[in-house]
Design a protein around this ligand. Structure first.
Ligand code: NAP
Ligand code: FE
Length: 365
């Protein structure tokens, strides 16, 4: 049986918020805007939203304290700021939009016992979410996931409820002023979603089609990652590839590279996309389905996996972690049943250590 379910309405054009103003009026009288500290003020997204809400006489509260890789405490703070709100507009990268989804669950179900609600209660619903992404990385605008920092387990983990945004509003204008490291790390995250989705055991033909097309699109603009300033045209392709990647992982989840990236982000503060991207080549070398790996390499426009690896290294470099860290992080991955079961073949502790080692030293073992 094949199925596909991704209910978010995706609208993409320049000035998307202004042009689709009326949709902000359908969810109630008061909005909670959830965003990061700074970027949505600089790229114009926050002003567009507040202008539109003002015109519609929808009142709003702004919670602009979402930190990168938000922990539960941060989300509770957002929930308390918006208890009387009817819907949420999440603006920013994956951190604010994931926080928006979790805050929506807490506003609907109460902020007490937040950890249990977010990590242990599968069926909880949220108030409606409108997602306005500003990084071409996580694809969270088209996924039901929210990845929060779980300090109890010293890792990052998807929450238990599944909340798809009602709308994903995409405007490339918001993406054009990312600092180079944010832009490249997030674009690499999108590529890892496409690749991991395609390689998972869960990939249906629909997902494979979406993922391969996303990989092809990403490959057409890859050289633009080397430029300090990216053209609007190239950024639009990355933005669309990122949303496609969200659509793909919304069905399949991610797998080993994301599971291996979480400890790198938790303990070594390595940005999310970079943490997954840095292990990608060694992961593909371990994958047994050579035909699928060749299709990825071809669709990206490379001659070989070696060439792809060299390209990734030129953009994001190699890892700098110790053998002790490799041991600890490999054990952490082996305890992550969710990621292991998404990989089509049995995986050993040594397999994972080998991937980390190759990523650290950049050598073939
Ligand atoms: P992020 O953590 O949301 O933001 C990283 C940095 O980029 C912040 O300093 C942010 O500034 C800045 N930024 C965001 N948009 C910008 C723009 N347009 N111009 C300039 N700066 C901008 O980064 P992210 O990589 O998008 O999100 C990572 C999070 O998403 C992780 O927690 C990851 O685990 C999660 N994730 C979720 C999913 C999912 O399906 N839900 C999938 C993959 C990853 P401000 O703080 O000022 O905004
Ligand atoms: Fe990711």
């Amino acid at each position: 049986m094949k199925s596909y379910y991704m209910p978010t309405k995706v609208v993409e054009c320049e000035n998307v918020v202004i042009k689709n103003k009326d949709l902000f009026g359908q969810y109630g009288k008061k909005a909670l805007i959830v965003t990061g500290k700074n970027s949505s003020k600089v790229n114009g997204a926050l002003k567009d939203v507040t202008d539109v809400l003002g015109e519609l006489s929808v009142s709003y509260e702004i919670f602009d304290k979402v930190v990168e890789n938000p922990p539960v405490d941060n989300v509770v703070e957002g929930g308390l700021a918006g208890l009387d709100c009817d819907f949420i507009v999440g603006i920013g990268g994956g951190s604010p939009i994931d926080a928006a989804k979790a805050i929506g669950v807490l506003i609907k179900n109460g902020t007490e016992n937040a950890y249990e609600k977010l990590y242990e209660s599968k069926g909880l619903k949220s108030i409606p979410i409108i997602a306005i992404p500003t990084t071409a990385g996580t694809g969270t605008e088209t996924t039901p996931y929210a990845i929060l920092t779980d300090h109890k387990n010293e890792t990052k983990r998807n929450y238990s409820p599944r909340v798809f945004p009602e709308y994903a509003l995409m405007d490339v204008r918001y993406f054009l002023y990312m600092p180079l490291h944010v832009r490249n790390n997030t674009c690499i995250d999108a590529l890892t979603h496409l690749i991991e989705s395609y390689m998972t055991v869960n990939a249906t033909p629909y997902c494979e089609y979406i993922a391969l097309e996303g990989i092809r699109m990403w490959g057409t603009v890859k050289e633009a990652l080397k430029d300090e300033t990216m053209s609007k045209e190239a950024m639009t392709v990355f933005m669309n590839a990122s949303s496609l990647a969200g659509m793909a992982i919304s069905q399949t989840g991610t797998s080993l590279p994301h599971g291996m990236g979480y400890p790198l982000t938790y303990y070594n503060k390595i940005a999310h996309g970079l943490a997954n991207g840095v292990v990608m080549k060694a992961y593909l070398e371990m994958c047994k389905d050579e035909e699928k790996v060749s299709k990825i390499v071809d669709n990206l426009g490379f001659d070989s996996l070696e060439q792809f690896g060299g390209f990734l290294q030129s953009i994001i470099g190699t890892l700098d972690i110790t053998e002790d860290e490799i041991d600890k992080y490999s054990e952490s991955l082996m305890a992550n049943a969710g990621k292991l079961k998404n990989h089509p073949d049995p995986v050993t502790l040594d397999d994972i250590k080998t991937i980390y080692r190759k990523a650290v030293k950049g050598v073939t073992i």
